[in-house]
Design a binder for this molecule. Structure first.
Ligand code: NAP
Length: 290
């Protein structure tokens, strides 16, 4: 019997490592030529332990490529005015290249209003409304990190986007909507599905490029995937009894149908910080006009 077909794995860990290597030498060149070290300022409001871990990871990642990072904390009782004032102060600091407001913010704060305080030329997370507006216009703002990581992964594996039918499952402002817009800007024909979509499989089975951005463990099974499709799974779901997170795609069944697929972990996830670092580097470069 011939062996069952198996999709090419889109290795986000290796790709992110490669991007960081490239950045390390670019950061070193920027220092030599312009005397500048890109700096990422992270705003952390409250005591959410996952947020603390993410922010520390981002700061460490900065150091690994020769950039610097700092964490600016406020207690969970911070007022809207205090949060906004902190961000505005960071905008004014010429030593800071990029600002990241770690979300989620405590519930009493109006997150979009805090994000809107980030100056567009420092919004390296790319999720403030100005940046998202720029994305809709097709202008080169800083792209939001996870969506841009998904596109970069496809580019680095030579997956064609133009003219393809891309189906995005999920429409959040940080993931589903921006990735759909990026695919549209790259001339894909885009369908967006969400929790009110009827017969999800009827749509996903038409996808040459299938992006899962849902947050429901293994929602998309192999029989919902078009043979040969590129499957990009952004989901991270904790499942009882498993020692690692699982994606929104049922990996084992989709692996035998898809042409390309991201594993979870090790697919889309590692790309996010790599793009954040690159955005921060580009922000620093932009400030000195190179
Ligand atoms: P979210 O804000 O909860 O949005 C989930 C989206 O999925 C919503 O648009 C929702 O539709 C849709 N949805 C829910 N159930 C569905 C169903 N049964 N069928 C079709 N659509 C459904 O989540 P998110 O922040 O976008 O995150 C999505 C996943 O990506 C999560 O697992 C998260 O952990 C992961 N994530 C990963 C990274 C990374 O890799 N670095 C970054 C961010 C997020 P409605 O709009 O109708 O409610």
């Amino acid at each position: 019997m011939p062996p069952e077909p198996v999709a090419v794995l889109l290795d986000g860990t290796a790709t992110a490592k490669q991007i960081r290597l490239e950045l390390k030498s670019e950061v070193s060149a920027l220092l030599q030529e312009k005397g500048i070290v890109p700096h990422l300022a992270a705003v952390l409001i409250g005591e959410d332990s996952a947020s603390q871990t993410y922010v520390s990871m981002k700061e460490k990642a900065c150091r690994q490529v020769g950039m610097t990072g700092s964490i600016h904390r406020l207690p969970s009782t911070a007022t809207q005015a205090e949060a906004e004032a902190l961000v505005r102060g960071l905008n004014e600091d010429p030593a800071i290249s990029g600002i990241l407001v770690q979300h989620p913010l405590p519930k009493h704060l109006h997150e979009p209003a805090v994000l809107d305080c980030v100056s567009p030329n420092k919004d390296v997370d790319g999720i403030a409304r100005m940046s998202l507006g720029g994305l809709i216009n097709g202008e080169p703002a800083f792209p939001s990190c996870t969506p841009a990581g998904i596109i970069e992964l496809m580019d680095r594996y030579g997956i064609e986007i133009e003219g393809k039918h891309a189906v995005v499952v999920g429409r959040s402002i940080i993931l589903g909507k921006p990735v759909a817009m990026m695919l549209l800007n790259r001339n894909a024909t885009v369908t967006i599905c969400h929790s009110r979509t009827h017969n999800l499989g009827d749509f996903t089975r038409q996808a040459d490029i299938l992006v899962a951005a849902v947050g429901r463990a293994e929602l998309i099974t192999g029989d919902m995937v078009k043979p040969g499709a590129a499957v990009l799974d952004a989901g991270y779901n904790r499942v009882e009894g498993k020692n690692h997170d699982v994606g929104d795609v049922h990996f084992e069944s989709a692996l035998r149908v898809a042409g390309y697929i991201t594993p979870v972990p090790g697919g889309v996830g590692p790309m996010t910080i790599a793009i954040l670092l690159r955005n921060t580097f580009n922000a620093a470069r932009g400030r000195v006009g190179v």
